[in-house]
Design a protein. Structure first.
Length: 152
């Protein structure tokens, strides 16, 4: 039954959530690249400021967990009422990564191609967070109207 829901939900929601899936995949990709290229922070001047916050392995681990949890949240989207809340949280957390990467690249002063990409990923996930939060609010309103609110 749950697999039938996941299949139907995925098919119905993917077009509207495509950027959320893509941005989750990009964050997962970040983890993979940081894991494969073990000395990226040591040799890449663009990553110097990020290395001051945490070492490369920590960044890789945090990106992996955040991306995996967000992908799981997207997969179960709609299986229960609170899923837009989880999507908003996932997008908000991803914004933290895109923000730190963007600021790190700006502070590094290397003017890399990352500055043409990461600020826009931050903006896109900010939009996703706001949109999911709006859907969460609508879900709460409908649920409360149906008599399932905390304050009956």
């Amino acid at each position: 039954m749950i697999f039938a829901h996941l299949k139907t939900s995925f098919r119905e929601t993917f077009p509207a959530r495509a950027s959320e899936w893509a941005l989750s995949g990009m964050l997962m990709g970040w983890s993979v690249i940081l894991t494969i290229n073990e000395d990226l922070f040591a040799t890449g001047a663009s990553y110097a400021k990020m290395a001051e916050l945490a070492d490369q392995e920590t960044w890789a681990t945090l990106c992996l967990y955040a991306a995996a949890l967000r992908l799981l949240m997207l997969l179960v989207n709609g299986a229960w009422r609170r899923s837009p809340h989880l999507r908003a949280l996932g997008a908000f957390i991803a914004c933290g990564f895109w923000f730190q990467i963007t600021i790190g690249f700006i502070q590094a002063g290397t003017v890399s191609t990352g500055l043409a990409v990461y600020p826009f990923l931050l903006l896109l996930d900010s939009y996703n967070a706001v949109r999911a939060a709006g859907e969460a609010g609508l879900s709460d309103k409908v649920h409360k109207r149906a008599g399932h609110g905390i304050h009956k």
